[in-house]
Design a protein around this ligand. Structure first.
Ligand code: F0G
Length: 367
């Protein structure tokens, strides 16, 4: 009868909470790490998918949001605000409900997926569609949080990064050590920052276990002995880190990562350089190919932005950058149901049959 308690309770000794902190949770985290046989075969490696679409609101944002909203609540905030391409806003809206707070969200008009808009609406947040892109929304959210009584819960809020780093802990717990390579999509660059922080910290005993050490109780050993190389992938039309300059009018079908001026830009470069990794780009065509492969070959339905990690891995493999025999984890960041338009687009219309077994069997090629 054991149930996963959410990332704060599961990793309490490595997160900025105390005994009296009012934990706001939907029992996020504890997501599947799924072996990917087709990707493993294609790369000659052992590839796993960290399926973050299995979180309560369907994306990795819940890890950061449980921390950010918990600390906002502890500090007495009554309202929170975020800019979002859709997943942050869905998550903020849900956790604000749990905390009894008002949630305001700023989204780029016409550029967020239908499922995400539905989430913001049904959780009851106050939505403003901004006549601009995500970067404009984030500037506006920052200005509002500086001048009005509302707490900013974008990943520039350090508690977001603290929560999101727990995904790296879970991977080390599941595999027994860090992988050789960790691959993920990059938008505002908070997540690559968080994973790298998580991997670095999990090679050290936790502060709590160090304190608990002593003559009769030695500190626990470090949990990971290695650190992965961090590989990040941006969408070609929204690849400021790859280009080395702000992209004024970012474009991509992967609306979640349609970002021209990432807030955690420098931290992403640090993760890349400290780990000996790289940040590259993938085209929308490559993203959609990986998106379809994940669903039809691995049985994992993700949103397009999430497929950027896998598209990047396949691109790197084709370029001969992937030595065989390595252990690789790709984070797939959001659930495919968030953006069903891309599943339907281009697919053949299902045929209609009468209530007739013979006719149905014929259409199915069974008879
Ligand atoms: N994948 C998905 C599904 C996302 O929603 C995001 C970011 C990313 C990847 C990129 O992560 O920004 O930490 O580099 N979504 C933000 C949002 C911008 O508003 O939901 P990142």
């Amino acid at each position: 009868t054991h149930q996963w308690r959410g990332i704060i309770e599961e990793y309490r000794d490595r997160l900025p909470v105390t005994e009296t902190t009012p934990v706001v949770t939907l029992r996020e985290g504890g997501t599947p790490l799924v072996p990917a046989s087709v990707l493993s075969e294609r790369t000659g490696c052992e590839v796993h998918l960290k399926v973050e679409g299995a979180n309560p609101t369907g994306s990795f944002k819940d890890r950061g949001m449980t921390m950010a909203i918990t600390r906002a609540k502890e500090e007495g905030a009554q309202a929170v605000i975020c800019a979002s391409t859709g997943n942050t806003s869905a998550s903020a809206a849900a956790y604000a409900v749990r905390a009894g707070m008002v949630c305001a969200v700023l989204v780029p008009q016409g550029k967020i997926a239908l499922g995400k808009m539905g989430q913001a609406l049904v959780y009851g947040s106050q939505i403003l569609q901004v006549d601009g892109n995500f970067d404009d929304c984030l500037n506006l959210a920052r200005r509002l949080s500086e001048n009005y009584p509302v707490a900013l819960v974008n990943s520039v809020n350090p508690y977001r990064i603290e929560g999101q780093k727990t995904a790296a802990f879970e991977i080390v717990d599941a595999l027994g050590d860090a992988p050789d390579i960790h691959v993920l999509p990059v938008g505002n660059a908070g997540n690559i920052t968080a994973y790298w922080k998580g991997y670095k910290e999990y090679s050290q005993p936790s502060p709590a276990s160090t304190l608990a050490g002593g003559a009769d109780r030695p500190a626990l050993p470090a949990l990971s002995t290695r650190r992965p190389r961090m590989w990040g992938f941006q969408a070609s039309g929204s690849a400021p880190i790859v280009r080395g300059e702000i992209v004024k009018d970012p474009s991509t079908i992967a609306t979640a990562i349609r970002i021209g001026n990432p807030a955690s830009w420098q931290f992403a470069l640090d993760a890349r350089d400290e780990s000996g990794g790289f940040i590259d780009e993938v085209t929308d065509r490559e993203i959609l190919r990986a998106y379809r492969l994940l669903a039809s070959q691995e049985g994992v339905f993700v949103e397009p932005a999430s497929a950027a990690s896998v598209a990047g891995l396949l691109k790197a493999a084709e370029q001969g950058k992937v030595d065989p025999g390595q252990r690789i984890v790709c984070t797939v960041t959001g659930n495919g149901l968030k953006d069903p338009d891309w599943a339907v687009a281009g697919a053949p219309q299902p045929v209609t049959v009468p209530v007739d077994a013979v006719a149905a069997a014929e259409r199915l090629g069974l008879a």
